[in-house]
Design a protein around this ligand. Structure first.
Ligand code: SF4
Length: 350
């Protein structure tokens, strides 16, 4: 394996909900991990590790895998972005929690524990997707995001979930799938009938940021190489620059990142680009401060905004958007660039 590839997630122990044990996906994953001890549990909730110290607790939790049945919503309407209407966007809830460890991850504030959890009731998920998509035949393209509550491909070597998802969306004329990832494991995407209905999106960050605070993810170079490979397979690729992180050499770091990406990726096979500057709820800011004493995530001055999140000041955000958009347009003048979770007055800098 390339040393800068994402390490494929190999848990040290497995918890299986009693209700989940007979699902085919459970059996497939257990067969792939047959060397590991399995413990049966009633529910994936309330599974925080009893370990002192936040860093040690998170590390302990991320070494275990939970197989569970998702009750309630498997497909959730997006209500996330206060600044941007999202009437036709949905999240696919195939898993919760992530084996990677990006220090800015909102899941640290959102979930009650960080144990990677895969939902094995795949037939229910696929049936629900058909139902939601087929009920909206007249409303134009719907977009379904896999990778909001986890990384879309971080478990694919265990689940091969990409195959049924890509093939389902290939049958639909009014819906697209977005698989958002920081992995470089794209093997299962090859040889599938996708009919251009799947966008594989990479979140990219400057090399120093990826290396410094996106632990266990694929390096910038490996993500670019993976994106190049899926473009060659005919997939559209989305570019997500989110979160942009301020650090003293950010201009040089992000300029180089854009040049590296466009030296490899075909601008005519990019579906869209989104940019978002780092933001944190007070809860996430507290987690970051607790985990890393002088986190460089918090080296830029941050102000509390009207939506209750901390962000860099407006002049800093405007400059980040303006410069990034300029460097991107120099390589791909036609590409659609949007902001993510940003006020319209600051996003106007794009
Ligand atoms: S890849 Fe995404 S979900 Fe996983 S830790 Fe990083 S930010 Fe969180």
């Amino acid at each position: 394996m390339n040393p800068s590839s994402a390490k494929l997630f190999q848990p040290e122990t497995i918890f299986v909900e009693h209700d989940a044990r007979d699902y085919p996906l459970t059996q497939e994953i257990l067969a792939r991990l047959s060397h590991l001890p399995v413990q049966f549990i009633d529910s994936y909730h309330n599974m925080a590790a009893r370990v002192l110290g936040l860093n040690r607790r998170i590390a302990a939790e991320k070494r275990a895998l939970i197989l569970a049945v998702k009750k309630g919503e498997l497909v959730k309407h997006v209500e996330r972005d206060l600044f941007r209407p999202t009437p036709n966007e949905y999240y696919i809830i195939h898993s919760m929690g992530c084996p990677y460890d990006c220090e800015y991850c909102f899941l640290y504030d959102y979930l009650d524990h960080q144990r990677p959890t895969i939902f094995v009731n795949l037939p229910d998920l696929l049936a629900r997707l058909h139902e939601v998509i087929d009920a909206h035949t007249d409303e134009g393209d719907l977009i379904f995001h896999a990778g909001e509550f986890s990384d879309a491909l971080a478990y694919d070597h265990l689940t091969n979930l990409s195959q049924p998802l890509v093939e389902l969306f290939a049958q639909k004329r009014n819906a697209r799938l977005e698989m958002r990832t920081k992995s470089d494991y794209v093997e299962n995407l090859f040889g599938l009938t996708h009919r251009g209905r799947t966008v594989v999106s990479w979140t990219f960050n400057a090399h120093e940021v990826a290396k410094g605070i996106e632990h266990h993810t694929a390096s910038l170079a490996s993500r670019i190489a993976a994106a190049q490979r899926v473009q060659a397979e005919g997939y559209w690729v989305g570019l997500r620059f989110d979160p942009l992180v301020w650090y003293p050499a950010w201009r040089e770091g992000y300029r180089k990142m854009i040049a590296e990406i466009f030296s490899a990726i075909d601008p005519d096979r990019i579906s869209d680009v989104s940019l978002g500057v780092f933001r944190a709820t007070p809860g996430l800011k507290h987690v970051v401060q607790q985990r890393v004493r002088r986190s460089w995530l918090l080296t830029g001055e941050m102000v509390l905004c009207t939506d209750g999140k901390y962000r860099y000041s407006k002049p800093v955000r405007r400059e980040m958007y303006r410069r990034l958009a300029g460097w991107i347009r120099a390589h791909a003048p036609q590409v659609k660039i949007e902001s993510c979770m940003e006020s319209p007055e600051v996003a106007a800098a794009l």
